[in-house]
Design a protein. Structure first.
Length: 366
């Protein structure tokens, strides 16, 4: 069976991680010749190819990064995973899937990665070895994010309202549905931006068309007040009981949000299309717009100690949020291209991943 997604489409599906930007990487520019007789193999259960060329792999399409104990773990296209103890020297590790991996999270030495074909893989040793926990090639779209509350309880979210939960470290995953765009329980959020100022703030633009189906759930984050899910077309969900129940709400911005970062000052920042970013300190009951100074789509972010945060996105955009401020500092990391995730290495140096692979960036040096 041929792949259901082209390279460009797969990049778009990664939580719109690359904002539907066509991506050409090494394997696509020099495709392997088709065999005279070929048998389709399920990418979800086919081990990833050992490229044997780390320079090529480090510059391929990579989508997320996490830290487990003493090492960093990067996941991406075709099931590829790279690990590093130094954050500068990387090695590829074997994985049991060739499906695109879109997100990774860790609790101690336990690591989970999710992706296309509803793939969920697990490592018990900090990312050195992996096993396939779950997959469903019939799933209409990929899983886009994963969060574990501890080593046993976790959630995975994705396209078309996909929501999976586990209470046994992923030995079993239960498919649930928390999203219903027409649910009577959906409550509008209290707008911190005055109605007459919404258009000027850029929060009124509708970036996605109407979709009668369940909205894509792009990211899930834990805050001191509870759990928060951000998604397509201004959709959001909150839980104050660690995921036992969820309440739908609408963001004051009607476009799609691709991520959220819980900052150590107790606030959470949601970010997405056209440079939109909003901050809340009450689990999304109210939101205030942040001044990002850019219309570049924001696709990844991370907390920085001291009440700060860093965000990355399209067109080399890197933004730093100082503690307590609503105006972000914008930098341009041209070599970064379209970036999908970021990991703070120090207070001023960051590791980024995206269409140009793994890179480091230090705003103060530019």
């Amino acid at each position: 069976m041929p792949s259901r997604f082209s390279t460009a489409a797969r990049a778009c599906w990664a939580g719109a991680i690359l904002a539907c930007t066509p991506v050409v990487h090494a394997q696509d520019s020099n495709p392997e010749p088709a065999a005279a007789t070929s048998t389709w193999s399920d990418p979800a259960t086919t081990p990833a190819e050992d490229l044997g060329n780390l320079k090529v792999l480090q510059r391929s399409l990579l989508l997320d990064v996490a830290e487990s104990s003493d090492r960093a773990i990067v996941v991406g296209d075709r099931g590829h995973i790279l690990v590093s103890e130094t954050r500068s020297e990387w090695r590829q590790v074997p994985t049991p899937t060739r499906s695109m991996l879109t997100a990774v999270t860790a609790v101690g030495n336990d690591v989970w990665a999710v992706g296309h074909d509803q793939v969920i893989i697990h490592s018990k040793d900090g990312g050195s070895t992996w096993t396939l926990q779950h997959h469903d090639v019939a799933a209409e779209g990929p899983l886009l994010d994963v969060l574990f509350l501890d080593a046993q309880r976790g959630y995975a979210v994705g396209a078309y309202g996909q929501f999976l939960a586990t209470t046994d470290a992923g030995a079993t995953w239960n498919v649930q549905w928390i999203s219903d765009r027409t649910a009577a329980s959906a409550e509008p959020v209290q707008e911190a931006v005055p109605e007459e100022d919404v258009e000027d703030s850029g929060l009124a633009s509708t970036d996605m068309g109407e979709d009668e189906g369940d909205p894509h759930l792009n990211a899930i984050v834990r805050t001191p007040q509870g759990l928060l899910i951000v998604g397509e077309a201004g959709s959001g969900y909150r839980s104050t009981d660690e995921g036992a129940s969820w309440t739908a709400f609408e963001f004051p911005y009607e476009g799609s949000l691709f991520g959220a970062v819980a900052i150590d000052d107790g606030s959470v920042v949601a970010f997405g299309l056209r440079g939109n970013a909003l901050v809340s300190s009450d689990l999304g009951l109210s939101w205030a717009a942040l001044d990002t100074g850019t219309e570049a789509t924001l696709q990844g972010g991370a907390a920085v100690p001291g009440g700060r945060a860093v965000f990355v996105g399209a067109s080399g955009a890197v933004l730093l949020k100082p503690a307590g401020e609503t105006t972000l500092r914008l930098y341009n990391f041209a070599a970064g291209g379209v970036m999908s995730a970021v990991l703070p290495l120090t207070e001023t140096q960051f590791l980024t991943v995206g269409e140009n692979g793994i890179q480091t960036y230090e705003p103060s040096a530019n």
